[in-house]
Design a protein. Structure first.
Length: 531
């Protein structure tokens, strides 16, 4: 046995044992020898706890053995011993159980026999039943020295890694194509740093995993993910987050995802050839995911993409325009809008046989195929070129587009003019006309208006303020009670309230007042004539 240390002076100790003391003890079947040259071995402290130093000494391997005794009324577990001198430090890590009243021996491989007396501070860490991280400390004195500053770990006494799994949070329920996330924590309750593979199993199938390294008595938090797909919806599914040592389970609910609803519209469903149509898909509704694409098929072998697109048709006919949309989940939907494409308002009405026309004067050029008349003019030599059109539909709307290619000379007398379009009764009398008078502005002759003091029979001409140069559109509409005039799409409008009878003859071309005509030649084209 190690010599039990008692309260005595150093002189008494030396007188008893001489200059050299040989202690031979058998502890737990091992033989230890402690050689001290005129040194005193003693302990102090180690009070107020459940562990005391029962004995200590240098063993045959020149390592320090400390014999610890359990003075508690229950079993204790030693897990750490820290040893310090004035400049060095070492520790032992492990696990040793001591029953009530029993002892155990701990070997510190980094403490050896020294050349002289030395004091070592010792801290003993232990656990008792229901209590953890307890500590008792004191001092041992003797001919010892700390040879290395590091840990002395008893690997045979260490507990293997133990990865305990807990699920902290998850986002069930989810919809199809949405990610299910399970947040977890791993606590390594063992004594060994280790790495393990952590798995997420859904209904027995591994959906995600990651390799996790956790030091002894440390923890790690992470997230495992299952990316659901279309068709995963149904019953609640069991899932499990597991390590090699433990697992925790839960249930994930996958709900059916809602797809988008397509809605196709157009700003016009009856259009003419060449007319631009705007197609709009903004009325489409999203489902559980945003719409990612809008694809249009215009039914004439042409396609386009976008929420709002435009298209025009080169041929008349009926077209089913199809809209296909798709969202971020891969869900699709389709809608159609029907478009009727008509030929442009007939440019051959003037010459379709139901009505009649004639060259009234001169030699204007008439293109029957395109309903186009050119070289209509008034001239100072009296060689006016005019075309007269007789029509049978007295409720028709006349729309005339013309281009004036030459301006009249500047004249101050207002009795010189030429007509652009002249509306007449069957007896040949003019009801009203649109003309150019003196300056190069468009005028409207309205016999029901007030006297404008022009000084001749054209005293009821009204200046529209629109220059005659360039291309203009003149539209006359009979509403059953009066004629309504519109020049250049609303630039000038007038209702002839007193003109309450339809006309059956329209004159195109130039003519002058009395014997005086405009100087020079003036040309304008009737490009399109419809009713």
């Amino acid at each position: 046995m190690y010599k039990r240390f008692k309260a005595q002076s150093a002189i008494e100790y030396l007188m008893t044992y001489g200059w050299m003391l040989l202690v031979v003890a058998i502890v737990g079947g091992g033989i230890f020898s402690v050689v001290q040259q005129q040194d005193v071995q003693s302990t102090s402290g180690f009070t107020g706890g459940d562990i005391i130093v029962d004995n200590f000494g240098i063993n045959a391997d020149n390592d320090l053995d400390i014999v610890l005794r359990n003075t508690a009324a229950e079993k204790v577990e030693i897990n750490r011993i820290n040893v310090y001198d004035s400049v060095r430090y070492t520790e032992w890590l492990g696990r040793k159980d001591i029953s009530i009243g029993d002892t155990t021996t701990v070997t510190l491989a980094n403490v050896s026999e020294g050349d002289g007396a030395n004091n070592l501070d010792v801290k003993i860490g232990y656990d008792a039943v229901g209590l953890e991280d307890l500590q008792v400390s004191g001092t041992i004195s003797g001919s010892f020295e700390i040879t290395e500053t590091n840990s002395s770990i008893d690997e045979s006494e260490k507990t293997p890694e133990d990865f305990q799994v807990s699920i902290n949070n998850e986002n069930s329920p989810v919809t199809e194509n949405e990610a299910f996330n399970a947040d977890y924590t791993i606590e390594n309750t063992g004594d060994i740093d280790a790495t393990q593979n952590i798995q997420l199993l859904v209904d027995g199938t591994e959906e995600d995993s990651e390799s996790v390294s956790v030091n002894a008595s440390d923890s790690y938090s992470g997230t495992l993910t299952w990316n659901t797909e279309t068709g995963d919806a149904g019953n609640d599914l069991p899932y499990e987050v597991s390590s090699l040592n433990s697992s925790e389970t839960g249930t994930v609910t996958v709900e059916t995802a809602e797809g988008p609803t397509a809605q196709a519209s157009a700003n016009a469903t009856v259009v003419e050839v060449g007319e631009s149509v705007e197609f709009d898909a903004s009325g489409s509704a999203e489902g559980d995911s945003s719409i990612t694409s809008y694809d249009w098929d215009f039914g004439d072998s042409n396609t386009d993409s976008g929420e709002i697109v435009t298209h025009s048709y080169s041929s008349s006919g009926n077209y089913a325009v199809q809209l296909d949309i798709e969202d971020g989940n891969g869900f699709t939907d389709t809608d159609t809008v029907d478009i009727e494409v008509q030929e442009p308002a007939s440019t051959s009405v003037l010459f379709d046989g139901s009505d009649s026309w004639e060259i009234l004067q001169g030699s204007p050029t008439v293109d029957s195929a395109n309903a186009e008349m050119t070289d209509l003019r008034a001239s100072s030599d009296g060689n006016d070129n005019m075309v007269s059109f007789y029509y049978t539909d007295e409720t028709a709307t006349f729309s005339v587009e013309y281009t004036q290619t030459q301006s009249p000379p500047s004249e101050s007398t207002v009795d010189r003019y030429y007509s652009i379009i002249d509306f007449r009764r069957g007896d040949g009398n003019s009801l009203f006309d649109v003309n150019v008078v003196g300056s190069n502005n468009i005028y409207v002759y309205d016999p029901t208006g007030t006297n404008q003091d022009f000084g001749d029979k054209r005293d009821k001409n009204y200046n529209t303020g629109i220059s005659a140069s360039g291309t203009h559109t003149i539209e006359m509409t009979w509403d059953g009670n009066a004629w309504n005039l519109d020049i250049d799409n609303g630039a000038y409008t007038r209702t002839m309230d007193g003109m309450n009878e339809p006309v059956d003859r329209v004159l195109f071309g130039g003519q002058g007042t009395s014997d005086s005509y405009l100087d020079g030649t003036h040309k304008y084209d009737i490009i399109d004539l419809t009713n």
